[in-house]
Design a protein around this ligand. Sequence first.
Ligand SMILES: NC(=O)c1ccc[n+]([C@@H]2O[C@H](COP(=O)([O-])OP(=O)(O)OC[C@H]3O[C@@H](n4cnc5c(N)ncnc54)[C@H](OP(=O)(O)O)[C@@H]3O)[C@@H](O)[C@H]2O)c1
Length: 295
Amino acid sequence: MADIIRLCLIGLGRTGKEVAKVLLKRKDMDIVMAVCSSGSDKIGKDLGQIIDSRDTGIIIDSCDALDENILKYKPDVAIDFSDPNATVRNAEILGKRKVNMVIGTTGFTEFQIKKLMNISKIHKIGIVYAPNITLGVNVLMVLTNLAASILEGYDCTIIESHFKNKKDSPSGTAKKIAKEVLKGMSGNTDIAAHDLDYSDVPIRSVRAGGIIGKHHVIMAGEYDKVEIVHESFTRTAFAVGAIKAVSFINKKVGFFEMSDVLDLRRVMTRYLEREANYKKQRFFNPEMQESEISV
Ligand SMILES: NC(=O)c1ccc[n+]([C@@H]2O[C@H](COP(=O)([O-])OP(=O)(O)OC[C@H]3O[C@@H](n4cnc5c(N)ncnc54)[C@H](OP(=O)(O)O)[C@@H]3O)[C@@H](O)[C@H]2O)c1
């Protein structure tokens, strides 16, 4: 049996608490540290206390004690849903102590993202940078890229909706979707992400009530339109993505995104090969029944 992955959970807000609930049910992963902000009223409480479950034996501690707690509890991977400035500060410590990271926090500046890349390079740790951690929204991105590359001359607009107090606007995911649109439109396979300016695609942000997260891409031409929508209706979707990313990054070195975690390149190649194989079989065996063709 594979080793149990020891986890450090950083950020115990709306999302971090949901991730904790899902992780506590797993046998292959163990939360060994739960980290809150310095001065938080969560310090010293049992993790179970803040997620309305029975005591877990995991005592929440401040990020100020991150370094000494890493030495004590030896986590393999940290899952971070906190705040961009906090993430960068904590990443320096995690990097020095060789703890890999899954970063779900959003709202980083380009400079901060480069800093995270550098931390992974200098300290030789693995980081999954996932401003878009749900599996479904990653499917939306692939579909958007494909649609943009086919629908020449169509106008694209992105509408993203989130809860009232979400700090960043537009969402990190909406910016990434905009870049997928531009990549698809350019048709250029060598284009670098930093050469793309997300503001070239109109993004409308809605901040209302308790909406967890919805991204809606509209591509309209003169005569028809395509709409691609993804909606998370429970924060468990973020936990599922984070767990997949943890399994991927454990013991790896390098800076990755969710497209690497989901191995989208292999999925697309497999799709193209399957389609080509199907067409070949039909061409060489025209009398073959549909049910006899291997797919
Ligand atoms: N990637 C995705 O798909 C995805 C999905 C959902 C959310 N997010 C992002 O994840 C982040 C958190 O979202 P949320 O909705 O859970 O926000 P939230 O409810 O405000 O939770 C953030 C938590 O981080 C804690 N924190 C602040 N500084 C910290 C530090 N130095 N060390 C440890 N913890 C610290 C906060 O304070 P206390 O410790 O005092 O409680 C708070 O509990 C946001 O950036 C959000 O956009 C991303």
